[in-house]
Write a protein that binds this ligand. Structure first.
Ligand SMILES: *Cc1c(COP(=O)(O)O)cnc(C)c1O
Length: 396
């Protein structure tokens, strides 16, 4: 990769990987311990991770089920919610494709409701307009770690008797009016994918308000085998298991939980570090011709999962995709979260969706850039990102 020293970036600078996780010696030792214990699959470390996660979110361990991804968490939650063919689930066009695919795999029909252009979160007014007699659920995504308008969303859910499934892939630390994301809805689904705020390699978690829903999720996540099947994973002696539903293979392994336990122990220091980087970006880019994220709303806690800029060529003089390439040339990894869902050929073909029917999400998808915001970033890395951005964008 070539460097442009004229802007002051060090020539020997290594490529800054976007979303690279911060892994400590504790995680490494725990993984080794797991390997040496011979117990690699679902066992005591998964139970410990579930308990710690539930504790962090202020719920009981009987309201949490660890699974092997957030995609699995979303899918199995919707199966547990008894969604049927033809049921409609309203969600946002500004999300990862997994949100939509999970709805389809659950046998339901996804319906998109455009975002609020300031928060990038699903707009309760557009949700209301999308409700039909077939609507069974709302699936809000707390985008970038910013809490959705849960007061309005829960009011709609109550009024129209809808299930709420929160996609909290960005929102482990997020709070809304003193309450934690993932505890508003019937289900809250979390991701521990490598770029997320807490990582296990691949991994996910379901929180459910009702214990019976968690029991069903656990059963469905392990082939649909009766609850006693989990005792196979202990030394309590041989037990027959019975398959009571056609389930999936979605269980988390102790190898994954070994990483998560120590990631979770450092969640607050990592959050503070990302908050400091976020604030530094906000200040550094104040006089540039870009649109920065809105400040977090009062009485909420932002998860600081993504820091995004909007590159409007009219104002910045540079196209978003040119900016992405230029940042990469400067050895800085960047991301796009996300091209709006209707930009993808499959959904166009399957549902007839057109990007221009969801203009706010379309505009964000065409202009957004995510800058590095990992807790692994050193001061010097953040300085390099700021230098690079400033070298490419005009002042106001
Ligand atoms: C990452 C992500 C998912 C999927 O998470 P996995 O753990 O990779 O399955 C779902 N929704 C959103 C918004 C995400 O960012």
């Amino acid at each position: 990769m070539k460097n442009d020293n004229s802007i002051g970036l060090p020539s020997g600078q290594n490529f800054l990987i976007f979303g690279s996780p911060s892994i400590g010696q504790e995680e490494i030792s725990e993984v080794v311990d797991t390997l040496e214990s011979g117990w690699l699959g679902t066992g005591p470390k998964v139970a410990q991770f579930e308990k710690s996660f539930a504790n962090y979110k202020g719920v009981t361990a009987t309201q949490a089920a660890a699974v092997n991804s957030c995609t699995a968490a979303l899918h199995v939650s919707m199966v547990a919610a008894n969604l049927k063919q033809g049921d409609e689930v309203i969600t946002t066009p500004l999300t990862f494709c997994a949100t939509i695919n999970a709805i389809i795999h659950a046998g339901a029909t996804p319906v998109l409701a455009d975002i609020n252009p300031n928060t990038f979160n699903i707009d309760p007014a557009t949700i209301k307009a999308a409700i039909t007699p077939r609507t069974k659920a709302i699936l809000p995504v707390h985008f970038a770690g910013r809490a959705c308008d849960m007061k309005a969303i829960m009011a709609l859910a109550e009024r129209y008797h809808l299930i709420v499934i929160e996609d909290c892939a960005h929102a482990i630390e997020t709070e809304y009016k003193g309450r934690k994301a993932g505890t508003f809805g019937d289900f809250g689904c979390f991701s521990f994918y490598v770029t997320k705020n807490v990582v296990t390699g691949e991994g996910g978690m379901v929180l459910a308000k009702k214990e019976e829903n968690i029991n069903r999720v656990k059963m469905l996540a392990l082939h649909g085998m009766s609850k006693d099947a989990w005792h196979r994973f202990s030394d309590a002696g041989f037990k027959h298991y019975y398959v009571v539903e056609c389930g999936f293979k979605y269980n988390m392994m102790d190898l994954q939980a070994a990483i998560g336990i120590h990631q979770l122990a450092r969640i607050e220091t990592n959050w503070q570090h990302r908050q400091a980087i976020w604030n530094r970006y906000q200040q550094a880019f104040a006089d540039l011709s870009v649109i920065r994220p809105f400040d977090p709303e009062p009485n909420t806690r932002h998860g600081y999962h993504l820091y995004t800029l909007l590159i409007d060529k009219e104002k910045t003089g540079i196209e978003r995709d040119v900016f992405l390439d230029a940042m990469t040339e400067l050895n800085i990894g960047v991301g796009v979260h996300y091209l709006s869902i209707p930009e993808h050929p499959f959904y166009q073909k399957q549902f007839g969706w057109k990007p221009e029917d969801y203009p706010h999400a379309m505009k964000v998808g065409q202009q957004t850039v995510s800058l590095p915001l990992s807790a692994k970033l050193k001061d010097k890395d953040v300085e390099n990102v700021i230098l690079a951005v400033k070298s490419l964008l005009k002042r106001n």
